[in-house]
Write a protein of this length. Structure first.
Length: 343
């Protein structure tokens, strides 16, 4: 009942991405992984720049945009979804709740659950953090979900190595990121060590490789998130965890999917970080994005502002004019026209 209440509040919170095509894509992967539970699972894409997915006992699955930003292909995404389905099919959250009630003050537990339900849109992200503390699965439950998820990957024809790759990426990012007590994490004290999970999954994948499929579906995954990724990248940079953000950006740039767009955000990264030499790096990234093509018109505005900071008024004027030409109905048109007059 509490999970139903949280799901209802989440649906109207403003934090859910209203994108039927993306939801359908995710649900198709869920049905491929677990056809017997396909009709029972409802997927919600939550606008949050951090890595996470979760599964409630009522069949509600949350997939954060930060996960979609970090997955490199459909097989990696399926590895995470399969893991969460494993928790659901084994009723791990029910076991967890029962254990808490049996071993602690029931009133305190229900107080936490009530806080998790949140009050209105402002409480929704807080409710997700509270729910993570309730769904802090045991080490054995996590290992079991890993096993089930890997079995689903193999049965569905995906490359089983994708599961370990997910953990390798997380370990690299978390190791570089800044400490943030307010950041929801996939790592809680009851989890097996990430390195242990990665090693175990690698060993199992190697043993299964000869008899399993090798599907990655990188192109299908790219098609599913194409046109959606820019908003997620903007949200990621808003976190200002520059060490972690740099790793995510470098991984995306290496994939070369819509590289012009990525170079815009590469420039934004350097502009926001503002360390010595970052101004020049930002300008170079914007210039490369313009040369490659594919970025939104605002890359010209960013380039013009970058040239202005350098004192290069002629190139700033040309960049601003290109921006207005590419976005004739831009909301800031009058402001940019005023800037051009002052150059």
């Amino acid at each position: 009942m509490m999970s139903d209440d949280v799901e209802r509040r989440l649906a109207t919170s403003g934090h859910v991405v209203k994108d039927p095509a993306l939801q359908q894509y995710l649900h198709q992967i869920i049905c491929r992984l677990s056809p017997e539970y396909c009709a029972d699972i409802r997927v919600h894409v939550v606008r949050n720049p951090h890595f996470n997915a979760s599964m409630a006992p009522n069949g509600s699955m949350q997939v954060w945009t930060g996960l979609l930003l970090r997955a490199q292909d459909e097989a990696q995404l399926a590895a995470v979804l399969g893991h969460e389905i494993g928790h659901y099919t084994e009723r791990h959250s029910i076991e967890r709740w029962t254990q808490i009630i049996a071993s602690s003050d029931a009133a305190a537990f229900f107080g936490l659950a009530a806080a998790a339900a949140g009050v209105g849109p402002a409480g929704t992200l807080g409710q997700l953090v509270a729910l993570l503390s309730i769904y802090a699965y045991s080490r054995d439950q996590e290992r079991q979900a890993d096993d089930i998820g890997l079995a689903m990957l193999v049965k569905s024809g995906y490359d089983p190595h994708a599961a370990a790759e997910v953990w390798r990426g997380i370990i690299e990012e978390v190791g570089a990121g800044e400490e943030d007590a307010q950041r929801p994490s996939v790592f809680v004290s009851t989890h097996p060590r990430p390195e242990e999970r990665m090693k175990t999954l690698e060993e199992r994948a190697a043993a299964l490789a000869a008899t399993s499929g090798q599907e990655r579906s990188a192109e299908r995954f790219a098609g599913a998130i194409n046109g959606r990724r820019a908003a997620w990248l903007q949200s990621l940079l808003g976190v200002r965890d520059f060490e972690s953000n740099r790793i995510v950006l470098d991984r995306l740039i290496a994939s070369a999917m819509n590289l012009g767009e990525l170079k815009y955000f590469d420039g934004e990264f350097y502009r926001l970080r503002g360390e010595e030499g970052d101004g020049e790096k930002a300008t170079a990234a914007y210039e490369m994005g313009v040369t490659i093509g594919g970025a939104a018109p605002k890359i010209y505005r960013a380039l013009g502002q970058s040239y202005m900071r350098m004192g290069d008024n002629e190139r700033a004027r040309a960049a601003f004019e290109s921006y207005l030409s590419a976005a004739p109905n831009a909301e800031d048109r009058e402001l940019i026209e005023a800037e051009i007059k002052n150059l």
